[in-house]
Design a protein around this ligand. Sequence first.
Ligand code: SF4
Ligand code: FES
Length: 591
Amino acid sequence: MPDLHFTSAQPTDEERSAIDAFLDAEIPRRDLLLPALHAVNDRIGWISGGALNLVSERLNVAPAEAYGVATFYAMFSMKPQPPKVIHVCDDIACQTSGADALCAELERSCGKAGTPSKDGSFTWLRSPCLGLCERAPAALVIEAGPVASGRAIAPMNAGDIAGLAQGAAIGSASRNGASRPNIGGGPFKLLARVGKVDPEDIDEYRANGGFAALRRALEIGPAGVVREVVASKLLGRGGAAFPTGRKMDAVAKESVRPHYLVCNADESEPGTFKDRVVMENDPFAVIEAMTIAALGGGCDHGFIYIRGEYPLAATRLKNAIDQSRARGFLGENILGRGMNFDIEIRRGAGAYICGEETALFNSIEGKRGEPRNKPPFPAQSGVFGKPTLANNVETLVCLPLIIHEGGDAFARIGIENSTGPKLFCLSGCVEKPGVYEVPFGTTLGELIEMGGGVRGGKKLRTVLMGGAAGSFVAPDKLSMPLTFEATRTAGTTLGSGVVMVFDDSIDLGHTLHRIAAFFHDESCGQCVPCRVGTVRQEEALARIAATPSDKRAVDVDLLADIGRVMRDASICGLGQTAAGAIDSALKLGLL
Ligand code: SF4
Ligand code: FES
């Protein structure tokens, strides 16, 4: 037994039953800590000291460590709270669609964020981006109980709030998470089935081309898969733009076993929602893509790490895994070709930093989601210290297309070093926000035009590229081709594909302050430049907002200094990019 420090708190019968149902007959496994905490939180709505004691005992984890994990994730509460929690997004895209006014109305009619409603049935909380930006302003209702549920209410409106105040159920079915996705652009290759095929039916998936690529991959074998992916020149779509084929090849060549495959579905960058649209509407494609990737990388087991704010996507992926396994597309001896591979879903619990791959590995292992130093790189030492192939959802769903059409054909879409189709998340002050599939090389202006242009015919002030970790660009960049190279040359980034439009009525000082507060909240606190720098950055922006423009020089200089230190001395991408958007806004004179 590890270091104990158990308290005398005992679990209630209901907590014990939730833990027993999940951990019954399990061998103590530290990596089950996060799922076990979810089991309690899902049933009760919060995690008591007694429940934590029992989970720690069953998993042979020191309670102090379990407490450190439980308190790391924003969606777990260690204090009593009502079973229903309404997470209301007040992040930057929702701000452009009235989120602040909605939150003010909620305060007036239902009390301050975090306080129980009059009848004790619910509470509401402000939330960072929920990945529903195309339907801003958005909310997510999570309800604990014997059958826990989660559903999106997007867009949320004043009527919902009035109903809440009177004790009515929130939102109508037509606006919940299952509504038709907004997609645009084309020709559709990655989104071809989205909105057209029943995402819960494997037969419809198969009738629309599903699993043909996996059959082909099994015919050409692991070396053939790697060869086609290298030929496609596919670069990772999660933000780092690393060559996918090289990564796959590096994992395949590792002699240490087992190899793991991780699908990074912890899409948390403010303004990003494309992976959710794919997972909710074409979940079998994610499973097929992962199986192809596993074949190429020689991976024995896969994890999908999905953000806790995506309950519908998690449900549909689970259904897709179950059906695929039942039909021989997953599990032992896949399609009779001797390949063994299976997939587990791991739910995140509200920590942006877990999108960083090494933080994600720690989270899967049942630890706090704190990034690791690199090297070693995941190809050599990833989850459980084993060779790991980690790709995000959009990167993975390019694989069936590559195998089906051939790597060379994929490389002919787009331009020389930015190949293939690309998904963009268009949001903010635009007429038709949504996921747009376009070939690389489409210009920024063309994309915004596809989205119907600036909402209400207003004047374009700026565009945020790449999300909170990206940068603002001026309207003179509308002719910029959306490619890795052109955005780099223009001093910005494609990042995770965020294109957020701001018209000239938006208070950008408020937007910047929200970005700074986001990084302050989401810093894991492990290294000083980021832990302190994100706080100082937020404070300086608050002072600037309250100071006449001719008296801001000291704080503007301070922001530049803080940004430099965070960029140079932080362990991971969060700290290295936390000042990027603010720095770009200052340079463009947006304040
Ligand atoms: S840069 Fe920030 S988020 Fe990254 S490890 Fe350091 S403190 Fe954590
Ligand atoms: S859902 Fe609100 S900013 Fe993304």
